[in-house]
Ligand binder design. Sequence first.
Ligand SMILES: C[S@@+](CC[C@H](N)C(=O)[O-])C[C@H]1O[C@@H](n2cnc3c(N)ncnc32)[C@H](O)[C@@H]1O
Length: 358
Amino acid sequence: MTQDSTTSLRQEFAATIGDRAPSPWRPAFAAVPRDLFVPEFYQQDERGRWYRVTRSDRDYLRSVYSDTALMTQLDAHGIPTSSSSEPGLMLRMLDALNANPGDTVFELGTGTGYHAALLAHRLDAKNVTSVDVDAELVALASQRLNEFGVSPFVHTGDGALGYPPRAPYSRVIATAALRNIPYALMEQAADNAVIIAPVGFGVTRTTVHAPGHAQGRFLPMPALFMPRRVSGNGPDFGGARGQAPESTALPVADVLDRWRFPLSLALPGFSSCSWRSDDGVLIGVGLWTEDGSTATAHTNGQVRQIGPRRLWDTVEELASLFPAGRPVREDFGITITPDTQRVWYRRPDGPSWTLPIE
Ligand SMILES: C[S@@+](CC[C@H](N)C(=O)[O-])C[C@H]1O[C@@H](n2cnc3c(N)ncnc32)[C@H](O)[C@@H]1O
């Protein structure tokens, strides 16, 4: 494919990603070649096995210039550890960031460098700082950013610590899922800074209104980001099997769909799985958190729980709070103070969940 047809692919891509609403970021999506930052990625076949897609594959360019997240790094267990996020979601998050030339921007999660390139293209590259925990990714991103001709400041480290030498930042954006808004980022945020950060399966937009204090709401769109890398325990299904069964009247098959978003706030960082019979019928779901708490629920209504937290009890509480399931994200907000971070429903004094602070 020639350079010209890539240009027109990019233009069509930039015009159609997300909800097609006007955005000052569309020209950046038209200008920055996503293929330069994502020369290869991984896809799963129908049996869940990963295979590599490279430039020489027929559908490579079509996939790169489509509104999909592309997995770019897998760990030894085949779990994705880095990706180029869904462009439409990036666009909506950038819109919400409300950044303009002159703003100093901090990005947590450099990954491929594509998002940093979008920032550097529309804003002043010298005011853009991007940090990733993975040195290899940072080296590759930096090489590709140079090749594209922009030079934001990229750095290897834990993005939750920010990067004090270049603070304060008037805009902060995280492209990895967080358990809370890291306090170092609050400290490095300027007055009235806007912070966009995925928390649970949603994206928060907060404004700093006094040192250490911020408040805001969740954006309407769903978001499933790679979690910020931390270590923790796996599920204890064996232990759960040994527990006496309790019973639930909840529709087990719907739990992970209808209450997934509030669950991600009430049980930060939870993981889940489901089991199916040979003919594909759902027979149960499992939930666990990194402290080793585990719950299983069978579609016959039997629940088993083990560990320091009774995870299924939280599911029951959320189901009674949101009986219709699927509450909308923009009804949730977040209040940050130097001592606590709370996510609330509808009003700051409504039902709320305290986020863990590491
Ligand atoms: C969805 S990817 C980011 C995509 C990236 N913005 C892009 O345009 O390609 C999430 C990234 O967050 C990084 N990450 C995870 N934990 C981190 C941490 N504690 N500090 C900084 N980066 C982290 C991962 O290495 C991964 O590259």
